[in-house]
Write a protein that binds this ligand. Structure first.
Ligand SMILES: C[S@@+](CC[C@H](N)C(=O)[O-])C[C@H]1O[C@@H](n2cnc3c(N)ncnc32)[C@H](O)[C@@H]1O
Length: 331
């Protein structure tokens, strides 16, 4: 029987080590030197790896460890010093890791969704699965700049400008979509009017990402002025009830962005079967292998930059995208 602190075996340990190395190399590199150092440090640190082994495997996620340690109040210092703090504060950090999941909400992902969203003849109903705080439910309230080509909401420039660089000539719309109904569903909706929730959202932004912090704060102001409906529920069990609320005759667009990756393969397949059978457009912006049919249609095309996501519409691959909506590489 496995004792706390012990791994199930060599393979279990190797998977965690590989996860931290991958995170350092493909996610933190170039974005957060601090997290890159922490992730490489954890991958080589038997004592910290043993602590992580006390947690169920999905909870050993690098981003979750780093965010929860910051939430508990760790100093932003190089690895050797941070790991001393972590070991001393492990019970508080692991308690947070046990009850939280990463809920990074990045409004700039609207910049990669917009070209495909605008192709649906509107006005539309927008339903986001895994909406977090709902910052991606307002693509019509932000301004955009694609390689300097600008689009503003009908009532003028937004306080939030989403800049996105492109390759492959994506169909940049001239106007923003008209959204007449919007709602989200999330296992744990975050409320931008609640201090604890906004603290968690901001803690999920990496330390060096000051520009992102400003953008997300400005997006939270927009959302706060017109709070969305976000139902607390599961993407599979509770989605049909929300779909049933969509007004008749309005084209429904379902968006999943960095969300169904959190479902295990079997429930994810059930989710895909369900949305496939709906009279709706499904826009997915997820890790490249998460929507198997879309991935299968890539026919060997690979993303120009590692760590990109795949944008697909009804399982047709459309583009590789930057994980935070910073680039759109149209196929
Ligand atoms: C990384 S966030 C992405 C938020 C937003 N879609 C975006 O792109 O900025 C993933 C969200 O999915 C939610 N989530 C994870 N599993 C879920 C499930 N089974 N049902 C509903 N929401 C889920 C999480 O609570 C979290 O808020």
């Amino acid at each position: 029987m496995k004792e706390p602190g012990e791994f199930d075996g060599g393979e279990d340990l190797e998977k965690t080590v590989a996860w931290y190395r991958r995170f350092a190399e493909h996610e933190a590199s170039g974005r957060s030197a601090l997290f890159e150092g922490w992730a490489y440090g954890v991958a080589d640190d038997g004592e910290v790896l043993a602590l992580l082994g006390e947690l169920p495997r999905p909870k050993r996620q690098p981003n979750l460890l780093f965010a929860c340690s910051r939430l508990v109040g760790c100093p932003l210092v190089p690895y050797a010093e941070w790991r001393e703090w972590l070991i001393a504060n492990w019970s508080a950090v692991s308690a947070q890791m046990a009850v939280r999941g990463t809920q990074t909400n990045e409004p700039r992902r609207c910049a990669v969704l917009l070209p495909v969203l605008a192709k649906v003849a509107g006005p539309i109903a927008l339903l986001e699965v895994g909406a977090s705080a709902g910052l991606c439910l307002y693509p019509d309230r932000y301004s955009y700049s694609y390689d300097g080509r600008r689009i503003d909401p009908v009532d003028g420039p937004s306080t939030v400008l989403l800049e996105c660089s492109t390759t492959g000539d994506p169909p940049i719309p001239v106007a923003l979509p008209e959204i007449v109904w919007r709602a989200g569903i999330d296992l744990n909706p975050l409320d931008v009017s609640d201090e604890e929730d906004t603290t968690w959202l901001e803690t999920l932004i990496w330390p060096e990402q000051h520009e992102r912090r400003q953008r997300i704060r400005a997006a939270m102001d927009i959302v706060r002025s017109d709070p969305p409906r976000i139902v607390r529920g599961d993407a599979i069990d509770d989605l049909p009830a929300l779909v049933a609320d969509v007004p008749a005759g309005i084209p429904l667009v379902i968006v999943s962005s960095a969300a169904i990756v959190y479902l295990m393969p079997e429930p994810r397949a059930r989710f895909i079967d369900y949305v496939r059978a709906l009279d709706a457009t499904w826009i997915s912006n997820e890790g490249a292998g998460i929507v198997p049919v879309a991935a299968g249609k890539l026919n060997g095309r690979v993303s120009p930059v590692t760590g990109q996501m795949l944008l697909s519409v009804n399982e047709e691959p459309m583009a590789f995208t930057g994980p935070h909506g910073d680039r759109l590489d149209w196929l």
